[in-house]
Design a protein around this ligand. Structure first.
Ligand code: SAM
Length: 285
C-alpha cells in the first residue's frame, strides 16, 4: 500500500466509525460552515451541484434548499457509514427527488454530465493528494461553473492562530502514541502539501484549471458546554485517528491529561470557547 492510499484508508476508517455521532456533534462547527460554503456558490434554483466529502450533509442540505425542487445535489463520500447515514437523512427529510449520495474517493472520480457548481466542505485537508481532487473537480464542472471549499488555515507548518484547542489536544495525544507510528494529526492537516499556505492553495487551484481564485481567512468562534463535551466531539472528527492509536489502557490517563491541558482555555463556568478560523476557497472553472 502506498503512503497516500494508507492515509486515505485510515481517514476512511475514522470517519466511517464516527458517522453515527457526527451529525449531532457537527452542528456546533460544521453546520454554520456548511451553510457558508453553500452561500459562497451563489446558487440559482434548478442548478446541479456536486458535494465532495459530504459527510452528514452540512453543505449538501443547505445546497438542496437553495437549488430548489428543480435542482439536484450529489454528495460523494468515501466512508460507507457517512453515505448510509446521509442517504437516510435525505430520505427522512423528503429530499430524495433532488439529493443523492454515493460512495467515492474525492481524489479519483468522474461524472457523466458536468455540474454547475461544486462544494468541498472541510475535506481537502484530509486528502493526501488534494491537487488530484482539484483536477477531478475542474473536470466535473461546466465552463463557468463555481467551486467553493473550506479548509483549515495553516501557516508556517502549524494551524493558524486561534485553533489552540486542537493544537493542545494534538500535543497531549502525541505523547501517548506508540513509538514508531506516524502522528496522524500531522499527516492529514495539509501541513506539508499544497494547502500549506494561502499562496500555495491559490496556486494549486489555478494549476487545476480554475480562474478568479479567491482565498479568504474567515474568523469564527465556537463554544462547548464543557471540556468533556469538547473531548467527546474530538472522537467524531480527525483527532479520532490519534485517540485510536493511544493504547486502550492509557486512554483514561490521556483524557485526564487533555482535560488538564485544556483547562487554561475554559471559562469560569467550565465552558470551552475558542476561535476556529477557516480558510475559504472560491474559484470559477
Ligand atoms: C470533516 S468531514 C466534513 C463533512 C462535511 N463536508 C461537513 O462539512 O460537515 C470530512 C468528510 O470527508 C470525507 N472524506 C475524507 N476523505 C475523503 C476522500 N478521499 N474522498 C471522499 N470523501 C472523503 C470523510 O469521510 C468525511 O465525511
Amino acid at each position: 500500500m502506498t503512503e497516500q492510499s494508507n492515509i486515505t484508508s485510515r481517514v476512511r476508517d475514522a470517519y466511517d466509525k464516527s458517522a453515527d455521532q457526527y451529525e449531532s456533534a457537527g452542528q456546533i462547527i460544521f453546520h454554520p460552515l456548511g451553510k457558508m460554503v453553500a452561500d459562497l456558490l451563489e446558487l440559482k434554483p434548478g442548478e446541479r451541484v456536486l458535494d465532495l466529502g459530504c459527510g452528514r450533509g452540512a453543505c449538501l442540505f443547505p445546497i438542496a434548499a437553495q437549488v430548489g425542487t428543480d435542482g439536484f445535489v450529489l454528495g460523494i463520500d468515501q466512508a460507507p457509514g457517512m453515505v448510509d447515514a446521509c442517504g437516510a437523512d435525505i430520505e427522512a427529510r423528503g429530499l430524495a427527488d433532488r439529493a443523492q449520495v454515493r460512495l467515492g474517493d474525492a481524489q479519483n472520480f468522474t461524472v457523466d454530465q458536468p455540474f454547475d457548481a461544486l462544494s468541498a466542505g472541510m475535506v481537502l485537508f484530509l486528502l493526501p493528494e488534494p491537487q488530484q481532487a482539484l483536477a477531478c473537480a475542474a473536470a466535473a464542472l461546466r465552463s463557468g461553473g463555481r467551486l467553493a471549499a473550506t479548509t483549515f488555515p495553516t501557516e508556517n507548518g502549524r494551524l493558524a492562530a486561534g485553533w489552540e484547542s486542537a493544537e493542545i489536544l494534538a500535543e497531549v495525544l502525541s505523547t501517548y502514541l506508540p513509538a514508531g507510528v506516524d502522528d496522524p494529526w500531522r499527516l492529514v492537516l495539509g501541513l506539508n502539501g499544497p494547502l500549506v499556505s494561502e499562496e500555495s492553495t491559490a496556486a494549486a487551484v489555478l494549476a487545476a484549471g480554475f480562474t478568479d481564485v479567491e482565498i479568504r481567512h474567515v474568523p469564527a468562534r465556537s463554544r462547548f458546554e464543557s471540556i468533556d463535551d469538547y473531548l467527546d466531539w474530538t472522537w467524531t472528527v480527525t483527532p479520532r485517528m490519534q485517540w485510536e492509536l493511544v493504547p486502550p489502557e492509557r486512554r483514561t490517563e490521556a483524557t485526564d491529561a487533555a482535560r488538564t491541558a485544556l483547562r487554561k482555555l475554559a471559562g469560569s463556568d467550565g465552558s470551552l470557547e475558542f476561535s476556529c478560523p477557516t480558510r475559504t476557497i472560491r474559484a470559477v472553472r
